[in-house]
Design a protein around this ligand. Sequence first.
Ligand SMILES: [Zn+2]
Ligand SMILES: [Zn+2]
Length: 150
Amino acid sequence: MTTMTSTSGDTHSVAERRLRQADQRYTPGRRAIISLLLSAGHPVSIEDIASQLPDLPRSSAYRHLTDLESAGLVRRVAAGDEFTRFELAEDLTGHHHHLVCLNCGKVTDVILPSGFEQQAARAIARLADEAGFQAHSHRLDVLGLCAACR
Ligand SMILES: [Zn+2]
Ligand SMILES: [Zn+2]
């Protein structure tokens, strides 16, 4: 499960600051989406957002998500086009990975053992070095079937 390393107050002030740096305002619509992502605790779909924020038109929700993504506040979790999920950027929540259900699209956050992460970091540093590549982070999504779908 995701460990939320920041409080909601922190996250809102970070959001306001990053948007301001991008010459954008932290509008009530954007704030509502950040609050929803904070309280959801797992990646959410556009449908989840629409059902939890019924007053926010879907097109606006999508535009807000794109703006928040550009400002480095939201990350898209790819689970196949129809199953795209959104979550807070990793620097706001902590490093984690995903279990992605290929049938229903459910995405679960998981944290791998620190020994694995250290080994992965070393292996990635080595292969990035060989390719002259500057590695910033890595993603690992595990694809399969959730407990309900298998
Ligand atoms: Zn499933
Ligand atoms: Zn990792």
